[in-house]
Ligand binder design. Structure first.
Ligand code: FPP
Length: 237
């Protein structure tokens, strides 16, 4: 790895283009997702070669993705279970911690239980953190935080006047995770698709035409190099 690069501590990725990857090869969409899961595994494995990256967030299933066909939703859920079964050892060997962001309670029972087990098994690992967004929506996250705050105010446990950005952020799904420095989207679409709306306020955005199943460590390095050319001012000068 290039020595003089600033490595973003939190990289968030919108993994897009599995369907197009499959269509280009006249395969079923689910085959694209299968290869997407493989790309995800390879990237997680490569985190050991990227010291400095402390968190990676991956958008795997949005609150809107339930609108896809029953067949595709069920294939994705099945793939998630397989992914957890096949890769828990990888998390343990590499000392990686798994976190989930999203409305976990709205997930089907089998993946929900597997996710809870994997999060629990890796909770004392000291290495980088992999965050998988499932049944996740940025607006839902903000609404859920607002609801939790409103309940406290109603119970008299919180003074409404004390609500500011810092306090609000403490009610997001993973308040201990710093905001992403870099947001990557594959497959060329210029959209945020309801991902981490609060947290990406000052993230640098990098879009590549590469379809997710083809995204690898070299592509990630290209994104990190592009990130190094940006001048981050956070609204200042
Ligand atoms: C977007 O591609 C991808 C998804 C909606 C799902 C992301 C899932 C994976 C990368 C694999 C499985 C993940 C886990 C955690 C096992 P798309 O279907 O929207 O592609 P398209 O825009 O080309 O149709």
């Amino acid at each position: 790895m290039e020595n003089d690069l600033v490595i973003p501590q939190h990289i968030a990725i919108i993994m897009d283009g599995n369907g197009r990857w499959a269509a280009k090869r006249s395969l079923e969409r689910c085959e694209g997702h299968r290869m997407g899961a493989e790309a995800l595994k390879n990237l997680i494995e490569s985190m050991k070669d990227l010291p400095g990256v402390k968190y990676m967030s991956f958008y795997a299933f949005s609150t809107e993705n339930w609108k896809r066909s029953e067949e595709e939703v069920s294939a994705l859920m099945h793939l998630l279970v397989e992914f957890l079964d096949a890769n828990l050892a990888l998390f343990m060997e590499n000392d990686l911690k798994l976190l989930v962001t999203g409305r976990l309670e709205g997930m089907p029972e089998e993946p929900r239980i597997k996710l809870k087990e994997a999060v629990n098994k890796t909770k004392d690992n000291q290495g980088p953190c992999v965050i998988i967004a499932l049944n996740y929506g940025g607006r839902s996250e903000i609404a859920d935080a607002a609801k939790a705050i409103a309940r406290k105010v109603a119970k008299g446990e919180l003074d409404a006047e004390s609500i500011d950005e810092k306090l609000f952020a403490e009610y997001l799904y993973n308040p201990q995770v710093p905001d992403p420095d870099l947001l990557i989207r594959t497959s060329g679409e210029l959209r945020l698709s309801n991902f981490l709306l609060w947290e990406i306020s000052y993230s640098e955005i990098y879009v590549t035409d590469t379809l997710w199943p083809d995204f690898d460590k070299n592509e990630l390095m290209e994104a990190i190099k592009a990130f190094n050319k940006r001048s981050r001012r956070f609204g200042g000068r």
